[in-house]
Design a binder for this molecule. Structure first.
Ligand code: ADP
Ligand code: GN1
Ligand code: MG
Length: 367
């Protein structure tokens, strides 16, 4: 068992039966520290997800968790109404013995939370079988549909300006001028790639602030490994990683899925010839998302879906590059230069999408 924390003691604060038998790092998330906690409950093995919440990013854990409780309870009711399984089709927060949705460990000055482990389902890093991407689109589209009548004013804005690309650009420019680690000279081409596309930054931000595009309750981090598909049938099970549920644009949610899923290579692939934009997958996702959204999508949203894919990929590349310049303080990295590799894959994808933008728009029109 990992000895960084006294997991037995941590788990013991939560309202769950049995004894902890193992607790190991798990998954590929870039933000929180995720562990798979296995418990023996009278001979039965029960698994949980234990997460150390990223407190340098999430400054108000209490409000973060009240968002997650609010959203999961809301979805749980809808799943039950349609006859689904509320213990499997939505994240289940395990409370502490003193009835809180997270535990603060004073000895580490860290916050921990526990979720029921969703069994017989996989959060894929890449599309492995045809149909999986379509199903992930149905999952995110259904998620948006469930939350369509959720009162956004009750949500705390966990990360203000999360997808405000104009603000992201400003921050990026600060990182470039600070050049804290003397890395700027080696990434001039990548920096120029960002500068040459400054005109993209305000497009969606302006549509939202002028009211031409509706602000909706969105997920804001819709990559493929934030959705769980049934391991046998590939059917959608649950949307996970709800830290960023906030008011936003559905173009962001659509675009972020395309950014991650339409590339058959990994996000940090060094061989850029493997990084390609797969138009077939784009069509699959578009079909699934629009079918799940039904008529709850407006014309302005639809007209900007394809651009949403470009802007999310551009923004993410800019964030990876800024983090590289800042000395890799935001995204978890396993080796030096990983954020630069990630930025390069994103920029390659942006260039590919730009070349095929008309085709992408035509596909959106078709569905
Ligand atoms: P991060 O914010 O760091 O991305 P996530 O909440 O996405 O963290 O969790 C990281 C990974 O852990 C997911 O991609 C998934 O593989 C796994 N995971 C998270 N929650 C669950 C759950 N309830 N059941 C099963 N696996 C989970
Ligand atoms: C982070 O948490 P995770 O790994 O699902 C990031 C996203 C990025 C993504 C890039 C809260 O997502 O915004 O698009 O990495 N999440 C946060 O892979 O910053
Ligand atoms: Mg995640």
């Amino acid at each position: 068992m990992n000895t960084k924390y006294d997991f037995k003691k941590i788990i013991n604060n939560f309202e769950l039966d049995g004894e902890l038998t193992s607790c190991e790092r798990y998954g590929e998330g870039h933000i929180n520290e995720t562990y798979l906690a296995t418990v023996n409950d009278n001979g039965e093995t029960v698994r949980y997800i234990l997460q150390k919440i990223n407190k340098s990013l999430f400054k108000n854990v209490d409000k973060l968790m009240s968002n997650i409780v609010g959203v999961t309870e809301f979805i749980r009711k809808k799943v039950a109404q349609k006859g689904g399984d509320p213990n499997r089709e939505v994240l289940t927060v395990v409370y502490t013995k003193d009835k809180k949705p997270y535990y603060y460990a004073p000895e580490y000055d860290e916050y921990f939370r526990v979720y029921v482990f969703i069994e017989r389902a996989i959060a894929h890093m890449n599309v492995e079988r045809k149909g999986q991407f379509y199903q992930s689109a149905v999952a995110f589209g259904t998620f948006a549909m469930y939350l369509a009548d959720f009162d956004a004013s009750t949500l705390y804005e966990v990360l203000p300006d999360f997808h405000n690309t104009a603000k992201r650009y400003e921050n990026f420019m600060h990182s470039v001028s600070a050049d804290k680690f003397g890395r700027k000279h080696s990434v001039i081409n990548e920096i120029n790639f960002v500068l040459a596309r400054e005109r993209y930054c305000k497009k969606i931000v302006d549509l939202l602030s002028s009211g031409q595009m509706p602000l909706k309750v969105t997920h804001n981090d819709t990559k493929l490994n934030n959705v769980m598909l049934d391991e046998a049938t590939d059917e959608p099970v649950a949307v996970i990683d709800l830290d960023t549920v906030m008011p936003g644009s559905i173009c962001y949610d659509f675009g972020d899925s395309i950014r991650f899923g339409c590339n058959p290579a990994v996000e940090d692939e060094k061989d850029l010839s493997k990084v390609v934009f797969d138009m077939g997958l784009f069509e699959e996702y578009t079909k699934g998302y629009l079918s799940a959204m039904g008529d709850s999508i407006t014309k302005t949203e639809k007209d900007n879906l394809a651009f949403g894919a470009i802007i999310m990929t551009y923004e993410c590349g800019m964030r990876f590059l800024a983090d590289y310049l800042d000395g890799d303080t935001y995204f978890h990295t396993k080796y030096e230069g990983q954020n630069l590799d990630r930025a390069r894959t994103q920029f390659k994808l942006v260039a590919e999408m730009e070349n095929q933008f008309d085709k992408m728009k035509n596909i959106v029109k078709k569905y």
